[in-house]
Design a protein around this ligand. Structure first.
Ligand code: SF4
Ligand code: SF4
Length: 173
């Protein structure tokens, strides 16, 4: 705990890497077969509950493409692909229900099937151009949420005029 608390002072950029570190993931909200989290599972808390990370990269595990994009973009000051990962730092839990609440129920879904394709546990099926969730399969990784283009569009609009991560990093130098 002391080590985690001291990180914020010692390093410039902190990344919660992987769904367990970013949003608790399956260890915190184990629901397969309708089970509730056991006490020892409930102790697996996301980093964001202790310190404010700069980025939260979800994935169980994060895909090689995600890692490669992140690393190559760190040196590309003109691009800001970090927006979803910055937004996810505000989340301390994610599951299929968040996609339901923030996209489907808000009538933002365009039936693009991206959530269905990226879900690692095949918990999403698009039926009549809308996602349907097999809740028992959801491992609460948040990947569908991070990849939904409609949410990404919404976040971009919200952030218009705000400084990018790269700008913040330059200011901190
Ligand atoms: S990724 Fe988003 S917009 Fe596309 S089908 Fe899934 S919920 Fe709908
Ligand atoms: S529906 Fe799939 S991608 Fe979305 S949180 Fe659950 S397991 Fe992850």
């Amino acid at each position: 705990m002391e080590l985690i608390a001291s990180l914020r002072e010692k390093v410039k950029t902190i990344v919660s890497f992987g769904s367990c570190a970013a949003v608790g993931g399956i260890m915190r909200f184990f629901i397969r077969g309708g089970q509730e989290p056991k006490p020892w599972q409930a102790t697996h808390l996301p980093l964001g509950q202790f310190i404010a990370p700069d980025l939260s990269v979800v994935g169980c595990p994060p895909s090689p493409q995600t890692i490669s994009r992140l690393i190559s973009s760190l040196s590309d000051a003109g691009k800001d692909i970090f927006n979803p990962y910055k937004k996810l730092t505000q989340k301390t839990r994610l599951s299929c229900f968040d996609l339901l609440d923030d996209v489907t129920n808000m009538q933002l879904c365009v039936g693009c099937r991206i959530c269905e394709k990226v879900c690692p546990s095949l918990a999403i099926q698009i039926v009549d151009k809308l996602p349907e969730f097999i809740v028992e399969r959801c491992i609460r990784c948040g990947v569908c949420y991070a990849h939904c283009p409609q949410l990404n569009k919404k976040w971009k609009k919200e952030d218009k005029g705000q400084p990018s991560l790269q700008t913040n990093l330059k200011r901190a130098e």
